[in-house]
Design a binder for this molecule. Structure first.
Ligand code: ADP
Ligand code: MG
Length: 722
């Protein structure tokens, strides 16, 4: 086929761009070069101003207006030296993408000249004309404005562009009434809620006036690379981010030979280039290796505070897309770009702690520290058991539905893997072996009968959606295309609730005269008894697990449509309002937007399926059918008995394809219900199956129709030619 041959020839003839490195450059030399970091601020700001910024960051309080002016002025000078002509408030609307409002530094003055201006007010507050972003009913048109304001904890940076550099300021995005329209605002709110409760626990364990506790997030990002020539010849990849057609390649990932295999030279060049760009922006990218599927790779930046990590994660994705284009490739972040091949996730490594105490999820050296560690772990167990549905909802999207529970991704059932050692400790606590068993006057968790907890993560269970890995938990359900902010908000908030519960329980027991160790002991036993069913160390991919999980009363919210209502359950609304993270209106708006995004995304795919099926696949099949029919006629005329089996097979699939297209067309034409959830359910139950039927016939045809008539690049080509 001319289209495909052209693409293949072009890929083979492609020469990657030359390296941009200065040969004398040390690796990492450029790190943070384009970041208005604390170090830069320390150099450029008066001491008192600098101190005030630092304390703002530590206490997570708003920036003092007088300080803001001084910071803005230093930031502007720095950015102008870096070649910036514009500044932008960067915010994170609920589409999951990144949005920017650009303004020029230059203000025209009366006499025809321009003056570089950028005040404290412009730094801490912007007013983007952003009425087109989804708000789920939070803004009426008369108050359509949203406001942006700098998150001082996330540093400003300069983004380079051949057309002029831009100073970027990471901001929150809220309505005039102060309601959150974005992903960042609730991260900051939930962060504070969690910190307040964690500090209560630390105080109980004898830490005097502990520092603020923050959530750390280390996201592992998986992605696919596809050559642009193939990408452009696939309207489905181009418009939906995933292939809506495509037969399984003869060579799949059965041999797993891609995993940790050699990285192709072209990809290596891309990785080095992205790493350098990320370094300049102060993003600590660390590992790179091949993933399980052909064409799939991973990058894992070092963990950072949640709000910074989620900004960096968004920036990483835009950087990867841009650099890939420069290298003649397309970077795919879709959770399931290729059916039957591994999907892409974004594991969220989660811990809480502070600079003073490190991670609070690391077993300590002394029994006292281990008791504290066990309380934090028990809080995680309670949180995940009570609110697993919310965790599931935080990663719900039409695209992630294709991944969860399929080909090496955890199921939609949220359970916890603790590892043998820790599971054993909690087991003993549950059996009461620990309760009241005083030895040398101390309780088991108080002293030496508690086994020394090794810091080695031990055996890893890759089938669990939520696994303890030695000093953190790894939440494996988030999808590659999602913001890590949403799961971090849920994790922070449910941890706030669980730590609140733990602190109150110890406090009241102690107030009633129970000894501290006994109070802790009793709390741990209660939590294991009430919430231990969420612990599962077995194989999460097995067929028995969903059945057992149901017996244990764990939710199995398979699809986005099942998961989203969790956001507006009365328990969820009570939880989020209690800790000041979302009010009821904000929860409803998020639920509505979730439904809307789902409907929109399935709608786009359905229309594409119709279009490609009708204008590309059906014509190829009809041409081949005609060829076969002519062949039969010619043979018969020549007196040779014709074998009509190919003609019959093609005809059968053409009939199926036509029927599928007709069904899909009628499903797409179905009127939308006013209730978005009803429409979402219709999409799941009628539109997606109709698309699947079209695809099944089309994929069969791909194996029947003459190769030269098939114009869509095949899986084989897209996955194996780079
Ligand atoms: P693996 O593939 O074995 O799960 P990776 O090295 O690919 O591990 O990624 C681990 C991620 O976890 C990194 O982003 C790392 O920075 C992060 N991480 C390590 N320790 C912590 C911690 N205490 N809290 C949060 N994230 C962490
Ligand atoms: Mg990993």
């Amino acid at each position: 086929n001319p289209v495909r041959m052209q693409a293949i020839t072009s890929v083979e003839a492609y020469t990657p761009p030359p390296f941009t490195f200065d040969p004398g450059e040390e690796p990492g030399e450029v790190f943070g070069e384009n970041v208005f970091s604390l170090t830069v601020m320390q150099k450029r700001l008066p001491k008192s101003v600098y101190k005030s910024v630092v304390s703002t960051i530590e206490k997570s309080t708003p920036l003092d207006p007088a300080v803001a002016d001084a910071v803005a002025s230093a930031m502007k000078d720095w950015a102008l030296e870096k070649g910036a002509t514009h500044y932008a408030h960067v915010f994170y609307p609920l589409t999951g993408l990144t949005a920017e409002k650009h303004d020029s530094f230059l203000d025209p003055v009366g006499d025809g000249t321009a003056l570089a201006s950028f005040s404290g007010k412009t730094l801490v507050q912007g007013e983007p004309d952003a009425s087109s972003f989804p708000n789920g009913g939070l803004r009426n048109t008369f108050e359509a404005r949203g406001y942006t304001g700098w998150d001082v904890m996330s540093p400003a940076y300069v983004l380079e562009n051949p057309n002029g550099n831009t100073l970027c300021i990471p901001t929150i995005f809220i309505s005039m009434t102060g309601e959150a329209l974005d992903h960042k605002t609730p991260v900051l709110r939930s962060q504070q809620a969690m910190s307040a409760q964690a500090k209560r626990i630390l105080t109980l364990f004898g830490h005097d006036d502990p520092e603020n506790v923050v959530a750390y997030c280390g996201p592992e990002q998986e992605y696919f690379l596809v050559d642009s020539h193939f990408f452009l010849a696939r309207p489905d990849l181009l418009n939906a981010g995933r292939t809506l057609f495509g037969a399984k390649p003869p060579k799949g990932q059965e041999f797993d030979d891609h995993y940790f295999g050699a990285i192709p030279e072209r990809v290596l060049g891309f990785m080095m280039d992205t790493e350098r760009e990320l370094f300049k922006l102060g993003i600590p990218a660390k590992t790179r290796h091949n993933e399980v599927a052909p064409g799939q790779f991973e990058v894992a930046p070092m963990f950072e505070r949640a709000n910074e990590a989620s900004d960096h994660q968004q920036l990483l994705m835009t950087t990867f897309k841009a650099v890939a284009k420069k290298h003649g490739m397309e970077c795919l972040f879709h959770e399931k770009p290729f059916a039957g091949v591994n999907g892409s996730g974004k594991h969220v490594n989660f811990s809480i702690g502070n600079s003073e105490l490190g991670s609070l999820l690391v077993p300590g050296d002394s029994p006292h520290e281990n008791a504290q560690f066990l309380v934090f772990c028990a809080a995680v167990i309670r949180a995940v058991h009570l609110y697993g549905g919310l965790l599931r909802a935080s990663v719900a999207s039409a695209s992630n539905d294709h991944r969860l529970g399929a080909n090496e991704a955890p199921p939609a059932i949220i359970s916890i893997f603790l590892g043998e050692q820790l599971a054993d400790v909690f087991d003993q606590i549950a059996k009461g072996g620990a309760t009241g068993s005083k030895e040398k006057g101390t309780l088991m968790i108080g002293v030496d009968t508690l086994p020394t907890l090794s810091k080695d993560p031990g055996d890893r269970n890759r089938t669990s959606p939520f696994a303890f890995t030695g000093n953190r938990f790894e939440f494996r359900a988030p999808g590659s295309n999602q913001t890590v902010a949403a799961p971090m908000v849920v994790l922070n908030t449910i941890m706030a609730e669980a730590l609140d519960y733990c602190a109150s329980s110890i406090e009241s027991a102690v107030a009633e005269g129970t000894g501290f160790d006994e109070a802790v002991q009793a709390l741990l036993s209660t939590i294991v008894a009430d919430h231990g069913t969420v612990i599962f160390n077995g194989n999460g991919y097995s067929e028995e697990w969903p059945i057992e999980a149901e017996q244990r009363g764990l939710k199995n919210l398979r699809t986005t449509v099942d998961a989203l209502p969790e956001l507006i359950s009365s328990e969820a609304i009570e939880l989020f309002s209690k800790y000041g993270v979302f009010n009821e209106r904000e929860m409803h708006s998020r639920y509505e937007i979730g439904c809307e995004q789902y409907v929109l995304s399935v709608g786009v795919e359905a229309n594409l399926t119709l279009e490609i099926g009708t204008t590309t696949i059906l014509p190829a099949a009809l041409r081949y059918q005609t060829e076969l029919a002519q062949n039969v006629v010619a043979l018969e005329a020549a007196g040779v008995t014709a074998d009509t089996s190919s003609l019959t097979a093609v005809t059968e699939q053409i009939t199926a394809l036509r029927a599928g297209l007709a069904d899909l067309a009628s499903a797409v034409g179905h009127e939308h219900d006013e209730d978005l959830h009803v429409t979402a359910r219709f999409c799941r139950d009628s539109v997606l199956p109709a698309m699947a039927a079209v695809r099944a016939a089309a994929d069969e045809l791909e194996g029947l129709v003459a190769d030269d008539l098939w114009s869509l690049p095949t899986y084989q080509e897209m996955l194996y030619i780079l």
